[in-house]
Each structure stands twice: as C-alpha cells, then as structure tokens.
Write a protein that binds this ligand. Structure first.
Ligand SMILES: NC(=O)c1ccc[n+]([C@@H]2O[C@H](COP(=O)([O-])OP(=O)(O)OC[C@H]3O[C@@H](n4cnc5c(N)ncnc54)[C@H](OP(=O)(O)O)[C@@H]3O)[C@@H](O)[C@H]2O)c1
Length: 340
C-alpha cells in the first residue's frame, strides 16, 4: 500500500533527480513542505554546491508563493536563513517537511538546516535516509531533543540510490556514469539526437564532472568540441579519448578548449585519478566500459529516425525516469558492476 509518507517523499525524490550529477561534491536532495493542514506549500531541491540546500530552497519557494518578493533579493543562504527566521516563524509553525536525506547539522557554506527547521517551528520532519556523512549527521537526535516528531527511512532504498554518487565520493572513490542519446526506435546516428533542452542539461553536467571519456572513432568522425557552450560556462572537463590510435588530428576542436588536459589512451586506468566521470558513448563504448560504469543516463527522443539500431547487452535496474519537452530522461544502475 502506498502511504501518504511514501507519496510525498516520492515527489521530493522526483525534484531531486532533476539535479543528479549537478550537485557534486554535494548530494542531490529534495524536500517538500506541507502546511499544518496538510496542503502542499512547496517542493524544492539542492541545485548545486554553494547554493541553498533543499530544505532552505523549499522554504524560500513557499515564502515566494505568498507574494513576498524580498527573499529573492537576498544573495546568500545565510541571509535567506536569517530572513526566514526573522519573518516566518509563525508561517511554518506546525508544518511537515519531507526530506530525502537527513537535514545537515553543520555550519558549512550554509547554516544548518536542522536548526532552520527547528527555529521555524516545523512539527514533523520525515526523512528518506540518514546522512552517511559523519560531519553532517546528528539531526535526528537534535530535532527529537527539540520536540520535533521525526520519522525516518521512508523510501530508504530509493533515497540511497539518489545519493549513491555522493556516498562514493565520501569514500574517495570515483562515480562513473554513461550517457547515451537515442531515438524512440533505438537508432543513434546523426547530429543532435536529443533536444536542445537535453543537450543544455548535458553541457551543465560537463561543468560539474572532472573527466569526460569518449571513443576514438567518435572523435575522428564527429570532430567534437565537448565544452559547455550551451550554458556559457568557461569550465570544460578533461578528456580521455579511449583508443589504441595515438594519431588523432590535433585540430579537432576539443583540443583547442583552454585549461583542459586531453589524454589519448587505450585503457581506463586514468579514471582512478578522477572522481566525477561521464562517458559519452555509443554501442562500442557501452560494451568496452560495462564493467566500470555505476549508472547509465539515457536520453530517448520522442522522434524516430531511420538507421542502424543500437544493440545493447546489459543488466540494468531502473532508478528514475522523467520527461522534458521532447525527451525521456532515465537513470539506471548497472547490475553488472560487482561492487554494487
Ligand atoms: N548517440 C550518442 O549518445 C552517441 C554518443 C557517442 C557516440 N555516438 C556514436 O556511436 C558510434 C560509436 O561510438 P562509441 O562511443 O560506441 O565508440 P567509438 O567512438 O567507436 O570508440 C570505441 C573505441 O574503443 C576503442 N577500443 C576498442 N577496443 C579497445 C581496446 N582493447 N583498447 C583500447 N581501445 C579500444 C577503439 O579504438 P581504436 O580507435 O584503436 O579502434 C575505438 O576508438 C559513433 O558513430 C558515434 O558517433 C553516439
């Protein structure tokens, strides 16, 4: 039976997954607020490191929905935290918040979210999974000591899958995801398989990863740039071209991008030097890398196109799926990888 708790936690999870691979080195987190009568006030997420945590974002959204335009003018999470506790204690009194990850307890780039929830008078805090980060944990005990009802482990497995990349970084291990774009009928040939909206998301991801892996044939035929121009970002990841052929034309645009290292290598050993890694590949790279990939990210266009269909042999578990204007975006876990 689907309980209300699971229903609301799923909505918070849905919001958080939109930012998967964008929050490095932080975890993606989602939050949903119900007022004291059970009406949804807002759904928020953590968007990127240094920006407000999900709980703060959800509070800000709820306040903006009242017509308050002042909070949008505030620049830092610290100012936003202060503004909320000065003006909105009564507004959130008796409210419930669903958070996919235990609220933080530490003063980092943002003040502790557990303190914010206590100061704003939340009555109930429903948590998906308890924070594996020792520095941040302790919110459950703190909130309970303040008289807040805490309910933990709602959709725990799903919430753990959301933060699996973060858990790897915490252990100083790398997280590797494989991104593939295909048409509805399984063909992948041609430029721009997915929509501009999806390609913009991938460019945003390129600003967050530290290594991008690409096959040698793709580099030779597509002559790509592999930068983040769709989000106007100067940062572009280092590149590993996976090939046994060192003889690659250095006039290919990816070599012209400043402040980037390019490796041309016939092994994946280099990946051990990096933490947040995306492989952008087709069928060949899919098969070569199947033992090292953690998660897969498939963009499936609503459109059909004639051509050779991609033939994949894999054992995957579906984690999350959502839609933008013309593509379906799906995350999978690789069950082939023995560490999982
Ligand atoms: N739709 C999409 O999302 C997408 C993304 C990327 C690519 N593609 C398309 O998919 C097609 C195939 O691309 P792909 O990404 O699958 O791979 P690819 O570009 O064909 O690269 C595979 C690479 O693996 C290398 N390789 C094979 N065995 C190796 C070994 N034992 N040691 C070292 N290197 C080895 C090959 O090296 P050698 O050069 O030495 O043979 C080859 O360059 C391309 O046409 C591309 O345009 C589509």
């Amino acid at each position: 039976m689907v309980t209300d708790h699971a229903f609301y936690m799923q909505l918070a999870l849905n919001e958080a997954w939109k930012y998967q691979a964008l929050t490095y080195p932080n975890p993606p987190v989602g939050a949903l607020i119900l007022d004291r009568h059970g009406k949804i006030l807002s759904i928020g997420a953590h968007h990127e490191a240094g920006h407000p945590h999900a709980e703060l974002n959800a509070c800000i959204d709820a306040v903006q929905a009242t017509g308050d335009t002042n909070i949008a003018q505030l620049q830092t999470p610290l100012e936003q935290h202060r503004y909320l506790t000065e003006h909105y204690r009564n507004y959130f009194k008796g409210a419930t918040i669903y958070v996919t990850l235990e609220p933080c307890m530490h003063h980092g780039k943002t003040p502790p979210c557990s303190l914010l929830l206590h100061e704003l008078g939340f009555r109930t805090v429903v948590i998906g999974t308890v924070d594996p980060n020792k520095k941040a944990t302790g919110a459950v005990a703190f909130l309970q000591q303040q008289g807040v009802d805490v309910i933990a482990n709602i959709l725990k497995d799903a919430c753990d899958a959301l933060i699996y990349p973060f858990m790897k970084w915490q252990k100083n291990e790398n997280f590797i995801f494989f991104k593939l774009a295909k048409f509805q009928n399984g063909t992948i040939s041609g430029k721009h398989v997915s929509s501009e909206e999806s390609r913009t998301l991938v460019h945003h991801m390129r600003t967050k990863i530290d290594l991008l892996v690409i096959g040698g044939n793709t580099v030779k035929t597509d002559r790509p740039t592999l930068d983040a121009r769709l989000v106007n970002a100067p940062k572009a990841p280092d590149i590993l071209i996976y090939t046994s052929d060192k003889n690659i034309d250095r006039f290919i645009p990816l070599f012209q991008v400043p402040d980037r290292k390019v490796y041309i290598e016939k092994s994946f050993a280099r990946l051990n030097d990096y933490r947040h890694i995306m492989i952008e590949g087709g069928e060949g790279m899919f098969h070569h890398s199947r033992n090292i990939v953690d998660y897969y990210l498939f963009f499936t266009s609503d459109k059909f196109r004639r051509g050779k269909k991609i033939d994949l042999d894999a054992n995957l578990k579906s984690l999350h799926c959502f839609k933008n204007s013309s593509d379906t975006i799906a995350w999978f876990k690789n069950l082939m990888k023995d560490t999982m």
